[in-house]
Every structure is written in C-alpha cells, then in structure tokens.
Design a protein around this ligand. Structure first.
Ligand SMILES: CC(C)(COP(=O)(O)OP(=O)(O)OC[C@H]1O[C@@H](n2cnc3c(N)ncnc32)[C@H](O)[C@@H]1OP(=O)(O)O)[C@@H](O)C(=O)NCCC(=O)NCCS
Length: 178
C-alpha cells in the first residue's frame, strides 16, 4: 500500500533500501533513540526483511521526500481480533529531523491503521528521555498510557520507557476538528 501526504510518500520497503536502512540503525545516536543496542549485520538485516515480507502481522514502509529515501516506519503486532497494532518511526537522515516529517509520516500511518485496517488502537514504545520523539507523538495525539521502569540497559544505565497510545475515537475527533 502506497500512502501519499503533502511532502512524503510511503511505499513498501524494497531490497535496495536495506543497506541504507542498516547504516541508519547502526548509527549510535539513532540506535539509542530506537532503544537498540546490538549492531545489525548485512545477514541479520536481510533475514529481518525476509521475515517481515512474509509476515501478515508486520508492515514496513520506506519514507520518501522528493524521491529520496529518508526514513522507515512500520506497524508490528497487527492484531485483527483486538484491532490494535504497534507503530514505529524513523527519520534516518538526521539533517531532516525536526522539520515536521515525523508528524506527517505518523499521520499517514494512523490514517491507514484506523481507516484502512479498521484498527481501534495504535500504540508505541518510546524512551522517556527521547523528548523530540515524545513531542512528535503528542503532536499527533498519542498519550502516555504507562511507564515501564528501567526496561532497557543502554549506554551504561537502565532506561525508563513510555508506552503511548492513540484510540480510533480520539483520532477521529482530532481529524474532524481540522
Ligand atoms: C522521532 C522522529 C521519528 C521524529 O521525526 P521528526 O521529523 O524529527 O519530528 P517532527 O519534526 O515531526 O517533530 C519533532 C518535534 O521535536 C522538535 N525538534 C527540534 N529539534 C529537533 C531535532 N533536531 N530532531 C528532532 N526533533 C526536533 C520539533 O520542533 C518538534 O516539536 P514541535 O512540534 O513542538 O516543534 C525522528 O526525530 C527520528 O527518527 N529520530 C531518531 C530515531 C528515534 O528516536 N525514533 C523514535 C523511536 S520511538
């Protein structure tokens, strides 16, 4: 499914995107934002891509701005019984962060999740210290629904993680306001 917004085009991730994506997640600061600690080898990147490509409960998009691949995002744990999924977002090119692209891509994924898939809830996990990401998610309507204390050990310290969520009704009320 291709999702098109004002500045962004979200299309299915392709084989040719993998090395660029791997470089992003192996960048130390980006990895920290994503709550990742282990490096990703070409083999494990390939295996991940093959697994998600075959898994109906996971969808991954490449994010394009003016035809340039600038990030990735996805829906994981898509549960059509309880009608919820977990979202994740990455603007890999750090020079493009803080310009509203995160909010636009989240908006496209939310519209697809609630309208396209008929989900009732989209949730995500974000490091408590990741204030830019938290602001992005709050700006599109996510609220904190709980804190996992000392959930990850990253760069020598245990880190709290927030679970943020947005329900379909709240999202509809927000989109109708506009
Ligand atoms: C989190 C992320 C997806 C947000 O996307 P983005 O395009 O940077 O976000 P936006 O520009 O839409 O919004 C970011 C907010 O932080 C602010 N901000 C300021 N400087 C920023 C910077 N250098 N980087 C990111 N955000 C910045 C923005 O102004 C905005 O807040 P505002 O609406 O109150 O002004 C992106 O920064 C990213 O991929 N970061 C690295 C990986 C990561 O941490 N992912 C989140 C995992 S949960």
């Amino acid at each position: 499914m291709v999702l098109v917004g004002k500045n962004l085009r979200l299309r299915p991730l392709e084989q040719g995107d993998l090395e660029r994506s791997r470089a992003w997640v192996n960048d130390q600061e980006t990895a920290r934002g994503l709550l990742r600690v282990l490096p990703v080898s070409p083999l494990s990147q390939q295996a991940w891509y093959e697994q998600v490509s075959r898994d109906p409960a996971r969808m991954v998009w490449a994010v394009e701005e003016q035809q340039a691949h600038v990030g990735n995002c996805g829906l994981y744990h898509i549960d059509l019984i309880h009608r919820r999924a977990e979202a994740w977002f990455l603007i890999g090119d750090s020079a493009r962060r803080g310009r509203g692209l995160g909010q636009e891509m989240a908006g496209l994924i939310l519209a697809y999740a609630f309208e396209g898939l008929g989900l009732n809830k989209v949730y995500l996990h974000v490091g408590a210290e990741n204030l830019n990401a938290r602001r992005t998610y709050e700006a599109v309507g996510f609220i904190n629904e709980g804190t996992f204390f000392q959930e990850y050990f990253i760069a020598g310290q245990f880190r709290d993680v927030l679970r943020m969520a947005l329900l379909a009704d709240a999202w509809r009320a927000r989109t109708q306001e506009r």
